[in-house]
Design a binder for this molecule. Sequence first.
Ligand SMILES: C[S@@+](CC[C@H](N)C(=O)[O-])C[C@H]1O[C@@H](n2cnc3c(N)ncnc32)[C@H](O)[C@@H]1O
Length: 385
Amino acid sequence: MARDMVHDTDSSPTARLLSLWDHLGIRVAHVATQMPGDIAGLAARFASRLGGVVLCVPSRLDPPRFEAAADRLLMICGERGLTADVTARAAARLRGATRVVLAGYDAPGWADVVADRTDEIAREMSGFLGRLNAEAPVSTSREGTHAGISYRVVGSGPALVLLPFFLAPSQWAPAVAQLARTFTVVTLGGAHLGGVAALEDRARAPTYQAMFRTLIDLMVPAPGEAILDVGCGAGSLDRLLAQWLGPASAITAIDVNPFLLSEAAFLARAEGFDGRIRFAPGNAEALPFADESFDCIFSITVLRSATPTARWPRWCAWRGRAAGWASSCDRSTCRNGGVSSSPTRFWTGWRLRRNRSAQRGWPTPAFIAAPGGPGSPISPAFRPW
Ligand SMILES: C[S@@+](CC[C@H](N)C(=O)[O-])C[C@H]1O[C@@H](n2cnc3c(N)ncnc32)[C@H](O)[C@@H]1O
């Protein structure tokens, strides 16, 4: 399917969403997201176009932007962790808002929450939204793209628009059939919303590119060498790399998230990298490749989604598939669990040249680090070799 306007930045999510509402003939719709920023403009300035608003395990939330819709706001959160804190603080400021706690659940940014708690979430949403007003779309279109947003429509009844999660592998899929019994469910995707937009934005940041460039400079991939990206997300870094290395690059990019993989493949095609990056499903815990299948392996901000004790074994597993270099880079939150850096350091990377005797002893990797916060680019001065 051809999609329009992939990367024009002159249009805010609010303008795009309003345009989509008009395109589908939606006057008032219920809306649900994990990422409040995607709908904050709608909630603050166009609350009359919203019925109920569901924030499902948000880890960031600016309460003032939801004041106009507070009495129609449902926040679903974990019992502990960031989503519990963020929604508790918001509930104290947003009079009339409802907060539902998923008992015994923590919801890190990558939680597959709808898969984990399908019935509970579908039931809470249906009950809450069922008491509020929204209207069915006038348009009979079931699938398409408008204003850079892809959409898919199932069911009938008042419109319920589901925006993409950040990293949840299943997104809303496990609950769509249940929700579609009551609502016209409109599921959205594309480069301007959810995790894809966040990863694309991050990959455009000069500091992020500097970090990645440092990693690639260390690995020095030769033309035609096989490169593997473990946990590629939206493929943002693979497109950068393909651009830096030129047509001779042979990049394979894997991820456990089918939604992100399909968005990554779409973006690569749309930006002219068709056939130059191979996207495939793959789990870092059990890489579907033989040893030494790749000359270089890299993995950026993926280790942190493993439990601290699983980080070091995961890293070792990747390394075994590299004939040349393996590099990983993450935030300093990885400091527990064998891949360490000082809390004052932001980005940390490791390099380990493959060496059979060294491999048997799993030596501590050398690391590079950038001091300070997110504003600090990695400097060659921090390379210890
Ligand atoms: C924060 S994103 C980083 C994406 C990309 N590396 C970047 O920097 O733009 C983390 C990615 O790791 C993926 N991931 C998490 N656990 C994984 C696993 N066990 N195997 C493969 N990918 C995984 C997630 O699905 C997500 O796409």
